[in-house]
Design a protein around this ligand. Structure first.
Ligand SMILES: C[S@@+](CC[C@H](N)C(=O)[O-])C[C@H]1O[C@@H](n2cnc3c(N)ncnc32)[C@H](O)[C@@H]1O
Length: 112
């Protein structure tokens, strides 16, 4: 057992990212041929799901990605896909404050 005071900052924020092939598989499954989904990635890290959306050439209405770590949010910001919004901050705060609704919520959340 490791005490929280001994754990790395990366471990504490759950900074372990999804392998590209798994993200691509999940996206193909979740999008399932749709072209007009509003997609939410609730804790996007460096943006592997956004990268795979770009690589697969997926069509969608919008992608909103939330990330509380500024450095990782900067990396996600660099991924060029249309109608993308990066929300810098806490996912729970975003959820409680938005009226936007989503068709697909996809990503690997933090586990502690
Ligand atoms: C397990 S990683 C997964 C990243 C990405 N979703 C993926 O699948 O590769 C979890 C991410 O959630 C972020 N995170 C943790 N708590 C958060 C919160 N309350 N709101 C937003 N992001 C959070 C961490 O900084 C980390 O980048």
């Amino acid at each position: 057992m490791q005490l929280m005071s001994q754990a790395s900052a990366e471990k504490l924020r759950g900074g372990f990212y999804t392998p590209e092939a798994i993200a691509a598989f999940m996206l193909r499954w979740g999008i399932n041929g749709s072209t007009n989904l509003d997609i939410l990635e609730p804790s996007c890290g460096d943006g592997v799901f956004l990268e795979q959306i770009q690589r697969l050439g997926s069509k969608f209405a919008s992608v909103t990605a939330v990330e509380m770590d500024e450095v990782e949010a900067d990396k996600a910001e660099l991924i060029s896909i249309p109608n993308k919004t990066i929300i810098r901050g806490d996912f729970h705060t975003y959820c409680n404050g938005t009226k936007k609704r989503f068709d697909l919520v996809i990503g690997n959340p933090p586990y502690w």
